[in-house]
Write a protein of this length. Structure first.
Length: 113
């Protein structure tokens, strides 16, 4: 059964850092590429970052220079390193596979000013 499990969320003060993890299993492979999205109550789920099968990465303008997506193929896990966090980064963060067909349960990130 395909599954994505996020972890690493929490509460931090502005300027702090967090690292999110997304463990894939059941036929989903980080090598194929994966992405991170985030969502706040009442708003759409917005794309944050993506890593492709080639290893190349792209980022939303709002996080460029502060967030880094990476993967550990041996662990079948994708990470999102978030630095210089801002209150507007507060959201539930979700990981997804290369097709956007599978999603994790989400992990809450709260940044206080």
């Amino acid at each position: 059964q395909a599954q994505l499990v996020e972890s690493g969320g929490g509460s931090v003060q502005a300027g702090g850092s967090l690292r999110l993890s997304c463990a894939a299993s059941g036929g989903i492979f980080s090598l194929h590429g994966m992405g991170w999205y985030r969502q706040t109550p009442g708003k759409t789920r917005d794309w944050v970052a993506r890593i492709f099968s080639s290893g190349s990465t792209i980022y939303a303008d709002s996080v460029k220079g502060r967030f880094t997506i990476s993967r550990d193929v041996a662990k079948n896990t994708v990470y999102l390193q978030m630095n210089s966090l801002k209150p507007e980064d507060t959201a539930v963060y979700y990981c997804t596979d290369s097709t956007n067909n599978y999603w994790g349960q989400g992990t809450q990130v709260t940044v206080s000013s």
